[in-house]
Design a protein around this ligand. Structure first.
Ligand code: ZN
Length: 129
């Protein structure tokens, strides 16, 4: 698959306001981006941790109802998301997104089905800015 780095880890939280003091005050991390992704009806905040980011997402209603707050997905940076999706599909992975969609913070994203990725919702993302 040739993924070159973990781009970010998504954490589902019921309220970003309630979660931010943990990341900012307790862990001492900085918010680098805050955006409502209209397409997904999600507010995503990106928090820098070295070369990676943590992305608390809210609301992810169905996930939160079923599982409560917690790790939601892991996102790998790829150079060519269309090609990676085609490779994953031909290797038999179920795609949640057949086509990349806007992911916020200057990226396009697509998810692979967690049933085929050992229980971890897996996002591919490509920087477009
Ligand atoms: Zn993400």
């Amino acid at each position: 698959m040739n993924l070159f780095q973990i781009d970010h880890i998504g954490i589902a939280v019921p309220s970003i306001e309630a979660a931010l003091p943990f990341y900012q005050s307790t862990l001492g991390l900085s918010v680098i981006h805050d955006e409502v992704i209209q397409d997904q009806q999600v507010r995503a905040v990106f928090i820098k941790v070295g070369e990676s980011t943590v992305e608390p997402d809210s609301p992810i209603a169905i996930f939160l109802q079923k599982k409560g707050p917690g790790m939601h997905h892991i996102a790998y940076a790829v150079a060519d998301i269309e090609q990676k999706l085609a490779e994953a599909k031909s290797a038999g992975f179920r795609l949640i997104d057949e086509k990349p969609r806007p992911g916020g913070h200057g990226k396009i994203i697509a998810f692979l089905h967690p049933k085929d990725t050992f229980g971890v919702l897996t996002e591919l993302c490509q920087r477009i800015d």
